[in-house]
Ligand binder design. Structure first.
Ligand code: ATP
Length: 303
């Protein structure tokens, strides 16, 4: 039994990794195509954007009927604000994005952008309005120029380079033997997780969406790289009023959010600013204390 269970465990972990990569690929794929089960309703209208406020109203959802992820989940992201979603691993943080982008539809309840039910919105106009920096940015087996241009297919070479400069990845690209012509992605040049996220930021800068979704990398970037990355996010993606949702795995990146939403058991367990939630002395407070003792606040102390 022991001999058998080892390879099975190994297969299990490969399967999990594959599944996640497929989900991420789906995210990338859908920046360009409409290859998903979600369809436009016949009378679907283009999204009439005002400030980009988002509202989940009594949303129920599960990937499998017998395993609910959200139970009457309700929350509001005010227009132009920076909101962080935190909570234990697997509580459904990334699922919030998948519902908003309509990879999946809720089994009941509604999701609104600027008071328009997204179910009645043309998919293309919905997705054009939302930019995403995924956890682990999938890159095509293609050159860097093409990979960044994915954000807006009609962008010129100069626009791609300007976006890469803003995302602080231009110098790195120029130091590669073939610059923007360097092939990355599968079987291409390996680049670091931080550099990949910077390329994703450059992509989103080209797209310039009114709503931004940032899924912080779970794979530990070192504290310095992470601080630098968040600094360039703040000075580029958040330089203008843009509704943004940050999925945070490390709490130090959420301290300055306008609102922090703590998810647990499919619902909002508590919400408020960092100070308010610390004062509340409950779930967020406990997560914070726990992460502090894990030494993950090291770099906060340094900076
Ligand atoms: P983490 O912090 O670990 O990234 P999360 O809070 O973002 O997790 P989600 O990725 O939203 O969690 O997943 C919520 C739950 O749904 C998890 O238990 C996950 O295993 C499950 N899940 C995610 N995607 C799928 C899918 N495509 N099919 C079935 N179950 C899924």
């Amino acid at each position: 039994i022991f001999q058998l269970s080892l390879p099975l465990n190994f297969l299990g972990s490969i399967y999990r990794e594959l599944r996640q990569n497929l989900l991420d690929l789906e995210v990338l794929f859908n920046l360009q195509t409409d290859n998903t089960p979600a369809k436009d309703k016949e009378d679907a209208k283009p999204l009439a954007l005002k400030g980009g406020s988002i509202r989940f109203e009594n949303v129920n959802f599960g990937y499998h009927p017998d395993r609910p992820i959200f139970r009457n989940l309700s929350f509001t992201v005010p227009a132009g604000k920076k909101v962080a979603i935190v909570g234990p691993s697997g509580c459904g943080k990334s699922t919030v994005f998948r519902l908003l982008y309509r990879f999946y539809d809720p089994s009941s309840g509604r999701i609104f952008i600027d008071d328009q039910d997204i179910h009645g919105i043309q998919l293309q106009s919905l997705r054009e309005s939302i930019g995403v920096v995924p956890q682990d940015t999938p890159l095509f087996h293609s050159d860097i120029m093409h990979n960044v241009r994915y954000g807006r297919l009609n962008a010129t070479d100069d626009e791609v380079k300007a976006a890469a400069m803003k995302a602080s990845v231009h110098d790195t690209v120029m130091s590669l033997p073939e610059g923007y012509k360097t092939t990355v992605g599968e079987r291409g040049l390996m680049i670091s997780g931080g550099e990949k996220q910077r390329l994703a930021i450059a992509r989103v800068l080209l797209k310039d969406p009114p709503i931004l979704f940032f899924d912080e990398a779970t794979s530990a970037l070192d504290a310095h790289t992470e601080t630098e990355l968040m600094r360039s996010v703040n000075s580029t993606l958040l330089d203008k009023a843009r509704t943004s949702i940050f999925i945070a795995h490390r709490l130090r990146t959420v301290v300055e959010a306008d609102l922090i939403i703590v998810l647990k058991d499919g619902q909002v367990a508590e919400q408020g600013t960092h100070e308010e939630l610390l004062r509340l002395g409950s779930l967020y407070h406990n997560l914070w204390v726990q992460q502090a003792s894990d030494n993950s606040l090291e770099s906060l102390a340094e900076s």
